[in-house]
Design a protein around this ligand. Structure first.
Ligand code: UDP
Ligand code: MG
Length: 305
């Protein structure tokens, strides 16, 4: 049995197309499937449309959140209700072609546990493409585990992988990181990411920044280590400069004027300290989120039968 998890946030215009295309492409290799759509607190007609599809074909299942909890959380919720032997994740805007699941499935049969999509080309604006390009490279250099460059959440994996993914307890979810973290045999699959099928992206800039930070701070201690290194370099430079000033004063008899230097140094180091606090803060905020132990999401209604 195949389960496909799809997060949905205000996508009412494309649910019909999503329903028919996903159903068709999965039927090509298995009639035994379920498509779990997680409505992430949409405020348009998404839930109504999803329920219409559910009534037409009950293999199309619906979970609806009490409010917008976020894309990653919606995927996580879908994963926890999936019953399949193989479980797939795709976006609801048809940027990830569902037709590729058949290919992913073939690849799994070769003995892999996870097949994930790697975006070869993106049909998006230049600043967005460049930011993604830069981010994935920084993430790949800094992360403690190997998070493949340009990989998203689009993937198909075995139930065993899903079970281990669910064992992670973090609240600031970065699904592609968790997926890499569980290990097993993973295979990339390059594909061209299509433009969004309809409407505007539902990821606001703030949500994107949050996701990026969750990836960086959730999978790496490098930012903290960099602070330490920067501190050491600054201390060494200051030491050299202090020796030079003492030498100037006692051997050359020059009394330093240095007001400007002093002001610049004070402002510079105050800035460095604030930035450092922010970096430490990113970790503290994440610790805070974990100790609160709030549930990750609240379900308003679910239609799984
Ligand atoms: N999405 C969601 N919750 C959100 C934002 C987005 O469930 O708070 C869904 C959205 O409906 C879509 C998927 O996540 O199915 C990816 O969102 P989007 O296409 O906006 O992201 P992008 O492709 O621009 O990164
Ligand atoms: Mg999209």
């Amino acid at each position: 049995m195949i389960s496909v998890v799809i997060p949905i946030y205000n996508e009412d215009k494309l649910i019909d197309e999503l329903f028919s295309r996903t159903k068709e492409s999965i039927s090509l290799f298995s009639e035994d499937f379920e498509i779990i759509c997680v409505d992430d607190g949409s405020n348009d007609r998404s839930l109504e449309k999803l329920l219409e599809c559910h009534h037409q074909d009950n293999r199309f299942k619906v979970i609806s959140f009490s409010r917008n909890f976020g894309h990653q959380t919606a995927i996580f919720a879908g994963l926890s209700y999936a019953k399949g032997d193989y479980i797939g994740i795709m976006d609801g805007d048809l940027q990830d072609p569902p037709e590729l699941f058949a290919t992913f499935f073939e690849k799994l049969k070769e003995g892999y546990d996870i097949v994930y999509g790697v975006r070869k080309k993106r049909k998006e604006s230049f600043p967005k493409k460049f930011s993604y390009w830069l981010y994935y490279r920084i993430l790949s250099i800094t992360s403690d585990i190997k998070i493949p460059i340009d990989s998203g959440d689009f993937s198909l994996f075995t139930r065993k992988v899903r079970d281990h993914m669910l064992e992670t307890n973090e609240h600031n979810l970065f699904i592609r990181g968790i997926r890499s973290w569980v290990g097993f045999r993973q295979a990339p699959f390059e594909y061209e990411r299509s433009p969004r099928h309809h409407g505007q992206p539902k990821y606001s800039l703030n949500k994107l920044k949050k996701l990026a930070a969750d990836g960086l701070f959730g999978y790496s201690h490098v930012p903290i280590k960099l602070l330490g290194r920067a501190g050491t370099v600054i201390i060494l430079l200051c030491l050299l400069y202090s020796i030079y000033t003492v030498y100037e004063k006692y051997f050359l008899g020059i009394t330093p004027k240095g007001f400007t230097t002093l002001i610049i140094a004070i402002f510079f180091f105050s800035g460095v300290q604030l930035v450092s606090l922010r970096v430490i803060g990113e970790y503290v905020v994440r610790i805070h989120d974990e100790v609160k132990k709030r549930p990750r999401f609240i379900i308003k209604e679910k239609h799984l039968d």
